[in-house]
Design a protein. Sequence first.
Length: 291
Amino acid sequence: MDSFAKSPPVPTTHTVQREGLTFPVSAWGPAGGRAILLLHGFPQEPAAWAPVAEALAHDGIQAFAPYQRGYLSSTRPKGPEGYSFGQFVADALGIADGLGLKQFDVAGMGIGGAQAWMLAAHHPTRVRSLTSIRFPHPAAFAHGMQLDPDQREKWRRLQEQFGTGGPDVRAMRLLANNGAGLRKFLTEVGLGEPFLSRYVARLTEPGTLAGALSWEHSISLEEFGRVPEVTVPTLLIWSEGPALATTTVEATRSFVRAPFTEVSIPNGSHFMLEKSPDAVVTPLRQHLQST
């Protein structure tokens, strides 16, 4: 793509304070440009968005990617009660407020996609458009878990790899033997080098993996089932792979009351940002240009 042939913009760093937590935010693109909030998933970090953000910056879009709750000591609440999707959505909205963004586009990856869906559903006057990568509308996911054996089985297999117990217990198990279990899990779900070593090194910092795993542990099918329809233009980018059934993707259409585009990446990986960012950039650019 022509955007990648140019010199990549160098990100700047902002910090946003919220309820005693400090969220570092990487930013690309011209100040005052159309803004998009990029929400990473597990086991990622803001830099995972760099190829996408750099391409958008060449289009005059200002992209902001924060560290999520639990992924750094400065974003980590004191106890398990500090992790809920209500708080994750409030974080995203508070970060937008701290950056002075009155209206913005939002894109979320994986579990960050669930956060993005909920942000758009509950705050449609703030969100210009929504993009989710590999996470369906939360209500479609909840219904799939309740009614679709294929969706239940795919999710069960993922949970089986994490093991039983709460986030602290799971983290302790995965980090044993110099993180052997974590490396094995991430390799099996398709993450390769150099991202594998980079993410594992960060997740072995005290408390970080437990904080990251708290997102999945916070999922409530009852809460997800109550998420309202989205009324802003929506793009869903997905691929076959862990935790997601095709029927759940198809059900997502009934929870969007606005222009909806679905892009399937053949033979794609869950880790599209790391392995095939062009597969994200192209439809995202088209989506933003049309809204």
